[in-house]
Design a protein around this ligand. Structure first.
Ligand SMILES: Cc1ncc(C[n+]2csc(CCOP(=O)(O)OP(=O)(O)O)c2C)c(N)n1
Ligand SMILES: [Mg+2]
Length: 339
């Protein structure tokens, strides 16, 4: 039985391709800039609706999605902006979705927790904890049956480790050797509940062992470590080697949802500890230290990203609201199932 960790690289090794580094930096900064803009739009009352911010966890989405092809699949969570952006969903259409506009990814009917864009393999965010995992499992099964060599990724949080469906998926992925990668983003809390309180295991990935699913435990604030682990897991999945479970130890900088005060259940010292390990700062230090990307280039990418996000806001604000006559469109399945 695979009750010990698989040989996945857990050390950071910096890719030597500058195009990969530029892609990583652009997407790390795009996620953060997009969300910081969402914060300001919420604070000024322009945006409404439930919003769970991903800031702090960017290295996980970027490290994993950096190894995926456009037609690979991702199933997300309620904290899904980062997964969507890293998988290539257009940020203007995402912003329009948050504004509830007809040009949004879901024509303004989904909001933050339901962003989906199957044209880039983003199967959707979801408000039900753990429910993205069986969706990704279905996509992985479909890819295997069609022999397409696509892989599927299920992102989920430490809180989802309390959901039985995740274990059912581990079992099914193992017995059918599906091309599925379980990515557990252990950010230490499920709403206000610390992992130590709710779960009997410290390293959550070890729970994959009894299902014979190889696993690895990664510093989720190190994009290079996530990228290296994802690389090995994707290769395994694509070539018939079956599932892998990657636990990324990470941290969300904001509260559980916009408006939640995290200092009710965690300390400022703890926050400072994790902010001191910030994935963007560490990326900048690493590439500067090795002379891989020039400071001027990082600044240029940052400026481009800020303009992209402002463009997204302008696009959303100029977009129409959905036609009230379409309230039922795209909401119900068009066909009645014959049973
Ligand atoms: C099945 C289910 N139970 C409870 C909730 C309420 N709820 C929403 S988010 C959340 C915590 C999820 O924590 P985690 O999986 O660690 O993800 P994180 O919020 O930390 O990203 C809970 C309990 C829910 N949405 N769905
Ligand atoms: Mg959590």
């Amino acid at each position: 039985m695979a009750t010990s960790p698989v040989e996945l690289p857990t050390q950071a090794s910096i890719p030597d391709d500058p195009a990969v580094l530029r892609w990583m930096y652009r997407h790390l900064v795009l996620i953060r800039t997009f969300e910081e803009r969402v914060v300001s739009l919420r604070q000024s009352g322009v945006l409404q609706g439930s919003t769970h911010l991903y800031v702090g966890q960017e290295a996980v989405a970027v490290g994993v999605c950096g190894r995926l092809e456009r037609d690979d699949y991702v199933a997300s969570t309620h904290r899904g902006h980062g997964h969507c952006i890293a998988k290539g969903v257009d940020v203007s259409r995402m912003m329009a979705e948050l504004y509830g506009r007809a040009t949004g990814t879901n024509r303004g009917k989904g909001g933050s927790m339901h962003i989906a864009d199957t044209s880039v393999g983003m199967l959707g965010a979801t408000g039900i904890v753990g429910s993205g995992t069986p969706v990704a499992l279905g996509a992985a099964l479909s890819a295997k049956l069609r022999r397409t060599q696509q892989v599927a990724v299920a992102f989920f949080g430490d809180g989802a480790m309390g959901q039985g469906i995740v274990y059912e998926c581990l079992n099914m992925a193992a017995i059918w050797q599906l091309p599925l990668i379980f990515v557990c983003e252990n950010n230490r809390y499920a709403e206000s509940t610390p992992v130590e309180y709710a779960l009997s295991t410290r390293d959550l990935a070890t729970r994959a062992g009894p299902f014979n699913v190889p696993f690895a435990i990664i510093d989720g604030q190190d994009v290079f470590a996530v990228y290296a682990a994802a690389d090995a897991a994707v290769e395994r999945a694509r070539h018939g080697g079956g599932p892998t479970f990657i636990e990324c130890k990470t941290y969300r900088y904001y509260g559980h949802f916009f408006g939640d005060d995290p200092l009710r259940y965690r300390t400022r010292e703890e926050e400072e500890h994790y902010r001191g390990r910030d994935c963007i700062r560490r990326f900048e230090q690493a590439v500067a230290g090795q002379g891989l990307l020039a400071q001027a280039e990082l600044e240029r990418i940052g400026a481009e990203v800020r303009e992209t996000v402002e463009q997204a806001v302008r696009f959303a604000e100029a977009s129409p609201l959905p036609d009230p006559g379409e309230v039922d469109t795209d909401v119900y399945t068009p066909q009645r199932l014959e049973v």
